[in-house]
Design a protein around this ligand. Structure first.
Ligand SMILES: NC(=O)c1ccc[n+]([C@@H]2O[C@H](COP(=O)([O-])OP(=O)(O)OC[C@H]3O[C@@H](n4cnc5c(N)ncnc54)[C@H](O)[C@@H]3O)[C@@H](O)[C@H]2O)c1
Length: 326
């Protein structure tokens, strides 16, 4: 198909997530207007996208010619190029004022029907929606990295969002191979980050109070939750392993869990000195350049492997197995 006939989507920001979403959208057959708000985006974004398209081809995620997909992306720094997009995914830095400023620039060039979404990790949609001219078409669309492999996607409504638009987006996202979650009522952190940050907080609590080392906490995550979470969720897991035990444990354990509301000193100290983890060698662990590159490579390989394993055990596995027995 000539790329002038393809539906157009826009992605704003070519950092880690924006680039990953550009790759996902190209694989799903769209023409992508890839907007680079800052100069460095053009230095790194296109290389990341090319690597993602090549690697996902090798891994069987798609079977398109990579050169053809690359021909379907338009890199730009001009907001006017977004005018024909039916869907836009904003992926800029996690700062409400910067994001709101970006929406004003987008709304100045697109039609009132264009669906505008944010990949914010945790800023309430209610806040980001405040200054929009047409807030009913604004939704959270929260991806996980790598956007082109994981079935994860949260679609989040703010109080002014039109639920019918959210439901349409949900159906579109299913055609991308996503298993979306529709968050009908806005809440800070949405679903996944509320769950994950509850675990992060307890991890910091255990380390900072001397119960266990960072290495030991990481080992427990890997070897306990890490062995079942790609198979099922919390509630199914409690059913599989006996709900009664959880009921009794909760009564005594919940009152002892951390309810700290300040940011842990352990992360604050590293963050304030500029540490960013693997990307600059300074995180909860230290990394030489060589070690950092190996961690990134291994994580990429693992993402493809876990994706294949999870596909072997789809969400409707039991339903399918019972149908096959009939
Ligand atoms: N990294 C993740 O795993 C992840 C997962 C889900 C959601 N998110 C969210 O996605 C968004 C982007 O995160 P990321 O990890 O890609 O970050 P990143 O640091 O890799 O990229 C940040 C982007 O913001 C742009 N930017 C920086 N300052 C700007 C400004 N003043 N005006 C306009 N654009 C500016 C940069 O050009 C870049 O494109 C954030 O809201 C983040 O919370 C990240």
């Amino acid at each position: 198909m000539n790329n002038s006939e393809l539906k157009e989507v826009g992605v704003i920001g070519l950092g880690l997530m924006g680039s990953s979403i550009v790759a996902a959208m190209l694989i799903n057959g769209y023409k992508v207007i890839a907007f680079a708000p800052m100069e460095p985006d053009m230095a790194n974004g296109p290389d990341y996208i090319l690597h993602a398209l090549n690697e996902s081809f090798k891994q069987g995620i798609h079977n398109h010619e990579v050169a053809q997909l690359q021909a379907n992306v338009v890199y730009t720094r001009d907001y006017a190029d977004l005018r024909n997009c039916f869907l836009i995914s904003e992926c800029v830095i996690e700062n409400a004022d910067i994001k709101k400023n970006v929406y004003a620039l987008i709304e100045a060039v697109v039609s009132p029907e264009t669906i505008i979404t944010t990949n914010t990790s945790a800023i309430p949609i209610t806040i980001l929606q405040e200054t929009l001219l047409h807030p009913e078409r604004f939704l959270g669309m929260h991806w996980a990295e790598p956007a082109f492999t994981t079935p994860f996607l949260e679609i989040i409504c703010g109080p002014k969002s039109d639920i019918a638009i959210a439901e349409t987006l949900y159906k579109i996202a299913e055609t991308w191979g996503k298993e979306p979650t529709l968050v009908r009522k806005d809440i800070r952190g949405f679903i996944t980050n509320r769950l994950m940050y509850a675990m992060y907080r307890e991890g910091f609590n255990l380390v900072e109070n001397g119960y266990a080392s960072i290495e030991d906490i990481d080992r427990v995550c890997r070897n306990d939750a890490g062995h079942w979470m790609a198979f099922c969720g919390l509630f199914r897991y409690m059913d599989l392993t006996g709900l009664q035990a959880y009921y009794h444990v909760m009564q005594d354990l919940f009152p002892t869990l951390s309810n700290q509301t300040s940011t842990p000193k352990l992360i604050e100290d590293i963050a304030k000195e500029g540490g960013n983890g693997v990307s600059n060698g300074n995180g909860f662990y230290k990394y030489t350049k060589e070690e950092a590159a190996e961690w990134e490579k291994a994580f990429e390989e693992f993402s493809y492997d876990i994706n294949n394993l999870a596909k072997k055990y789809p969400i409707n596995l039991v339903e399918q197995r019972l149908k096959n027995k009939q």
